[in-house]
Design a protein around this ligand. Structure first.
Ligand SMILES: [Ca+2]
Length: 386
């Protein structure tokens, strides 16, 4: 179910009426309704957005969103204070309403009241109205760690700031940040949360797989059992399924993905190879053969990330760096324990959680020296910086 989120800010302001001139029994307060929409949440088939503001005994106000290609917004002034119903209609090129949503909003003097309306495809689906208290409390400029105790916000000194009460005990989970939004894979669903803590989309996803957020509203679902990569859209439909250049094996390897430019780099295929998926043509190729340097008996390549021309590739305990996939690799460090489940680069440090011990290490990228940043986490499975 495709849904759009509309954030409505109601800016209520008292009219500049002098009290002695106000006639009795007249509603002298009025407010301003300011509705903004995020273009990335409007499906491409929507060509027109308009709405109604209605209340018993008052004239219905009609409004139209301008500039759909950018960030459409509308400003309605002089709304008498009180409870109003807002309805939004999204039309396609044939003039048919394909999305609809409504909310009851209370226009109050001297208050800014944010209200979200989730638009649903018309038909048999229910219309969902999300009120502001549905937002999660989120923290920014910190690490987000997925554990069996939930999704934790942790600052770069290792202090836990709070918990996002979403996330379960599945071994196939993930957290990732893309375009300032947090994506959490849990129980075969990808939840997208914006910077204010609102859930802006939920995408059904095939189970028992890892994931990567891709450009242009796509996800890659990474399957280590069938050694395949499923590219899905935000409604969960498979766009294309790709193999890993060999028949499915019995290697239940880790499969992590990281987008670099217009490619998805995958670690790994089950044979110590990194793969590259061209996100335009969906061509799959071997990006790097790691057989020559990997540290045995640390089986499997783990997470991979990239910053400023350098790739950071983990095994269970060892972190490698390289800049040219055809060039040499450098060992950054070997931690005293495994398994590293994720690597996050921030400033001049890498941050790596260890699933079995519940520790998080901070590694100096210049010297390779590491320190224990946090401990006592319950099986940290994935991490990102938000
Ligand atoms: Ca496999």
């Amino acid at each position: 179910m495709k849904q759009i989120l509309i954030c409505i800010l109601i800016l209520s302001a008292l009219c500049a009426c002098e009290y002695h001139s106000s006639p009795p029994d007249l509603d002298i307060d009025s407010g301003i309704l300011s509705i903004h929409m995020d273009r990335q949440h409007i499906p491409s088939e929507v060509v027109r957005l308009h709405g109604l503001l209605s209340r018993e005994d008052f004239d219905t106000i009609r409004f139209e969103f301008e500039d759909l290609g950018n960030s459409p917004s509308v400003l309605i002034e002089n709304i008498p204070v009180g409870v109003w119903k807002v309805e939004i209609y999204a039309l396609n090129s044939e003039g048919l309403t394909i999305f609809y949503g409504f909310a009851t909003v209370s226009v109050v003097s001297h208050q800014v009241t944010p209200v979200s309306i989730q638009l649903s495809r018309t038909g048999s689906v229910q219309i969902v109205v999300i009120w502001p208290d549905a937002a999660y409390e989120v923290f920014r400029n910190c690490l987000v760690v997925l554990t069996r105790d939930g999704t934790l916000f942790m600052d770069f000194d290792g202090n836990i700031l709070g918990t996002l009460d979403i996330g379960g005990s599945s071994s196939y989970q993930g957290v990732q940040v893309y375009n300032e939004h947090l994506y959490i894979l849990d129980n075969a669903e990808i939840t997208e949360i914006d910077e204010n803590g609102y859930v802006v989309a939920r995408t059904p996803a095939p189970g028992s797989m890892w994931f990567a957020v891709l450009p242009d509203s796509r996800f890659a679902m990474l399957d280590n059992r069938n050694d395949s990569i499923h590219i899905i859209d935000t409604e969960g439909n498979i766009i294309i399924s790709l193999g890993m250049l060999h028949s499915p094996d019995k290697h239940l390897q880790n499969v992590n993905g990281w987008v670099v430019g217009n490619s998805l780099i995958i670690s790994e295929d089950g044979n110590d190879h990194l793969l590259e998926v061209d996100l335009q043509t969906y061509e799959v190729s071997i990006f790097k053969d790691c057989n020559s340097f990997v540290n045995y008996p640390e089986i499997w390549l783990n997470d991979i990330t990239y910053r400023d021309g350098t790739y950071y590739l983990c095994q269970a305990k060892t972190i490698w760096t390289f800049s040219d996939p055809n060039g040499d690799v450098t060992k950054l460090t070997t931690l005293p324990e495994g398994n590293i489940t994720s690597i996050v680069i921030s400033d001049n440090y890498a941050y790596c959680p260890i699933n079995f011990s519940g520790n998080v290490y901070k590694i100096n990228l210049l010297t390779g020296q590491y320190e224990l940043l946090a401990s006592g986490l319950d099986y940290p499975d994935d991490m990102c910086a938000w």
